[in-house]
Design a protein around this ligand. Structure first.
Ligand code: CTP
Ligand code: MG
Length: 398
């Protein structure tokens, strides 16, 4: 790969005092991935650039691991430096690691973890057009008041204001010299470069580039990355003529998966796993199909198929809870569910009560009964190749 003309410095060395998560902010999880990892997703979605991550002292190794994972085939473009006591010192540390051939440097807060790649490309494009330093901005929506103590002393015209985000980008020579002569601490890189006498312009920012500073910001980020809710399902049942309804569901899975067995909402250590897009829990899947069929809401493939990657490897509780919610949205309450499992292994009876409790809990407390049988050695169940489950469900208008 030719040496890139753009570098992105991702500052991730802050302590996250206002978030108060008990560790450096960039390593706090949004979902199964940290803030840093999410921020890097945006960085690597943009055109290829050298990427310098500035990590807190002692966290350099973890930063490099995350960066290598996020970078995939661009991993040769990644390096890590150690941050300083202030954000400005951290940026300076990253700047010292920028390769000689780089002409444009973007500085980005890891705390703006959900920033899309398009913002990086927009900033680089504007620098190429103007030669100025470039800041992504959003219009200020609230009315801004001037205050002295608790007293309002004036209004500030919103039209004159913009909220600054990152990545902020600069010609490399401009950023180098501005940092070399900076004699005080500035609030952001654009202020530091402007103080050195250089022009700064703006491009449109992005609402997703908000900075995660407080616990409320983290909650917002979490809700934004959560699996997209499934659109309310369309029922084939005539709403006017509704009474109790039954539904049926069956499922078959082969013993071919990796890891441990998940069945009837429970983990079964020491038993062979079942194959499947999710955890292969045939008991749970039969229940889902029975409930969906009773409500005329399609079947498990309609809602949880391979088109929904967030259910890959998911356990029964996720499917059952979502199914119960879909029925609720469609105006149905669950009467009861009965399932029969046909399996040579595992020996089910000893954990029946536990399984019924787990399945019932996942369905919001609905009654679930599970019976189990072998097939007298006959068929694929008897041969120990797989298992099958049959479920019926009764639902009632809510
Ligand atoms: N940052 C840094 N080095 C520092 C301070 C901040 O690299 N010495 C980085 C942070 O990791 C963050 C970005 O600068 O990505 C913006 O800073 P801020 O949101 O203030 O993060 P923290 O300083 O970690 O948080 P707080 O101010 O609440 O302690
Ligand atoms: Mg700070």
């Amino acid at each position: 790969m030719p040496s890139p003309r753009v570098a992105v410095i991702v500052v991730a060395a802050g302590s996250g005092t206002r978030l108060g998560a008990g560790g450096p902010k960039a390593f706090v999880g949004i979902d199964e991935h940290t803030m840093l990892r999410h921020a890097l997703r945006g960085v690597f979605a943009a055109a290829p650039a050298q990427v310098v991550i500035v990590a807190p002292e002692g966290r350099e190794g973890q930063a490099l691991t995350e960066a290598t994972e996020a970078a995939a085939e661009r991993r040769d473009l990644v390096s890590v430096t150690t941050g300083g006591a202030t954000r400005q010192a951290s940026v300076a540390s990253g700047l010292a690691a920028v390769w000689p051939a780089v002409e444009i440097v973007l500085v980005h807060d890891a705390a703006r973890a959900l920033t899309p790649g398009s913002v990086f490309d927009r900033v680089v494009h504007a620098i190429d057009e103007t030669g100025w330093g470039i800041v992504p901005v959003l219009p200020v929506i609230d009315t801004i008041k001037r205050i002295e103590g608790s007293r309002i002393t004036g209004v500030v015209d919103r039209a004159e204001l913009a909220a600054a985000q990152t990545p902020q980008g600069f010609r490399r020579d401009v950023l180098d010299t501005s940092y070399a002569i900076a004699a005080q601490d500035f609030t952001d890189d654009a202020a530091l470069v402007a103080a050195a006498g250089h022009a700064i312009g703006s491009v449109e920012g992005d609402a997703l580039a908000f900075k995660i500073t407080t616990p409320a910001d983290l909650e917002r980020a979490r809700s934004l990355v959560a699996p997209h809710p499934i659109a309310p399902a369309r029922s084939s049942i005539d709403r006017a003529a509704r009474g109790p309804r039954v539904g049926v569901g069956t499922d078959v899975h082969a013993f071919a998966g990796e890891g441990t067995l998940w069945l009837a909402g429970l983990e079964w250590p020491g038993e062979s796993a079942l194959a499947g897009h999710s955890d292969g829990d045939a008991v749970a899947h039969a229940i889902v199909d029975a409930l969906l069929s009773a409500a005329g809401l399609g079947d498990i493939g309609t809602h949880f198929g391979t088109a929904r990657p967030e259910y890959e490897g998911a356990h029964a509780s996720a499917f059952l809870a979502r199914t119960a919610a879909m029925l609720g949205e469609a105006g149905w309450a669950i009467g009861n569910v009965a399932v029969q499992l046909q399996a040579s292994r595992p020996r089910f009876a000893a954990r029946r009560a536990e399984a019924e409790a787990a399945l019932s809990a996942a369905l919001g407390g609905a009654s679930v009964s599970v019976s189990a049988t072998t097939t007298d050695g006959l068929g694929f169940v008897g041969a120990g190749e797989g298992i099958q489950a049959f479920a019926v469900a009764l639902i009632l208008p809510a």
